[in-house]
Design a protein around this ligand. Structure first.
Ligand SMILES: *Cc1c(COP(=O)(O)O)cnc(C)c1O
Length: 380
């Protein structure tokens, strides 16, 4: 298989199965409830946060792993609006990942705020005097457009607004420097380029200076300062740990920790450099083999896109199915986008070359036409 979908779900690291087996037999199966302390389950969220920190340019105590990206976005957007109580507008992109669109609308409504939507490239020109927070995906899930995180954060700050970034499509693919850019809040996903496994727990980042004033709308006992005091009144944990809600899925945390340990020595600058070269090889070959067949929905410049490339074609779904039947796995996003991810930690130039040649064959032969009426899965 040539796997060009690591931007959507990364593969397991080689011995992930053995690690999960060990968890089931030696930890859970042998220690039972003792595993919370003995096997360190109780501190896994904070420990994982420290492992994510270098991938996002944060300090050890600024990242916590918990819940899903969607839930963390709910929490941090709500927190941002409470940190800027005199401002009643959320600035968001006109087109972003569905969860981000829905959460922005829902949290704004819940807080009695309004949403202003505008493409990020036009954020510079607008008056932000009533904006509490700007929310944006670092890399656009469909087009792969990479936004200038430092520049947009500085623009928001210049007018007194906070910056909340969704790093789901950039973490593990693109160097990120949250502290250096003075970012306030961020969330992100660990099952894409970080290979944590389907539904792996997500992360949340809160700049150290904001932590003491940060509140969460979804409180729970494990975000309490002293969970086993079993107190009747909520008192938040000191730092980012206050964002923890309830008991996490330990099996998910274990799989993620194992993946992060396996890629711990990898330099994201090298990941990025090779991924840009892989992407360029692919687009060059598509141009050469199939001129005019696809519309490039991603920026042409490798430095302006994240870890994946989007090609437009009205038969996108059928083409992706024909490729999958030939062992080349990409994905389709409605209405017409074929996405190909270049997760360079495990993809070779030869594989990308072969994938482009197989795409060329599928298009020239018209073989994809057989898949036009294929029954669509729930996941495309
Ligand atoms: C993948 C992704 C998510 C996923 O959210 P879940 O809560 O894990 O389903 C959210 N936002 C963006 C931008 C994504 O790319």
């Amino acid at each position: 298989m040539i796997y060009l979908d690591g931007n959507s779900l990364g593969p397991p690291v080689r011995d992930a199965g053995a690690r999960l087996q060990r968890f089931a037999t030696d930890e859970w199966g042998t220690h039972l409830i003792g595993g919370w302390d003995r096997d360190g389950w109780i501190s896994a969220g904070a420990r994982l946060g420290r492992l994510i920190a270098p991938w996002v340019g944060a300090a050890d105590d600024e990242v916590i792993v918990c819940d899903s990206t969607t839930i963390n976005l709910h929490k941090l957007l709500h927190a941002a609006l409470r940190l800027r109580p005199t401002r009643r507008v959320v600035l968001a992109a006109a087109d972003d990942f569905p969860t981000d669109m829905y959460v922005v609308d829902a949290v704004a409504e819940l807080c009695g705020c309004t949403v202003r939507r505008a493409d990020a490239h036009s954020w510079r020109g607008i008056d932000l005097s009533d904006v509490a927070v700007g929310v944006l995906s670092h890399v656009h899930y469909r087009t792969g457009q990479l936004h200038d995180l430092a520049e947009l954060t500085a623009d928001l700050h210049a007018q007194g607004a906070l910056a909340l970034w969704d790093l789901s499509h950039s973490v593990g693919a693109v160097p990120i420097a949250l502290d250096a850019a003075d970012v306030d809040l961020a969330v992100g996903c660990t099952y894409k380029f970080l290979n944590g496994g389907p539904g792996a727990p997500a992360f949340a980042y809160v700049a150290r200076g904001l932590q003491a004033a940060t509140t969460t709308p979804i409180v729970g006992w494990l975000g309490h300062a002293d969970p086993f005091a079993m107190a009747h009144r909520y008192r938040p944990a000191a730092g980012v740990e206050r964002l923890v809600t309830g008991t996490p899925s330990v099996i998910g945390q274990i799989a993620l920790e194992h993946a992060l340990a396996a890629i711990g020595d990898v330099d994201v600058a090298h990941v990025r450099q090779k991924a840009m070269a892989l992407g360029e090889l692919f687009t060059d070959l598509v141009d050469q083999e199939l001129p005019g067949v696809f519309t490039l929905h991603s920026p042409r410049q490798p430095t302006q896109r994240g870890g994946h490339i989007a090609l437009g074609h009205p038969d996108g779904y059928a083409i992706i199915q024909a490729l999958i039947a030939r062992g080349v796995v990409g994905d389709f996003r409605a209405p017409d986008v074929l996405r190909f991810g270049f997760a360079s930690m495990y993809l070779s130039f030869t594989q990308v070359f072969d994938a482009a040649m197989i795409l060329s064959e599928v298009m020239r032969s018209g073989a994809y036409e057989d898949f036009r009426s294929a029954q669509r899965g729930r996941v495309t």
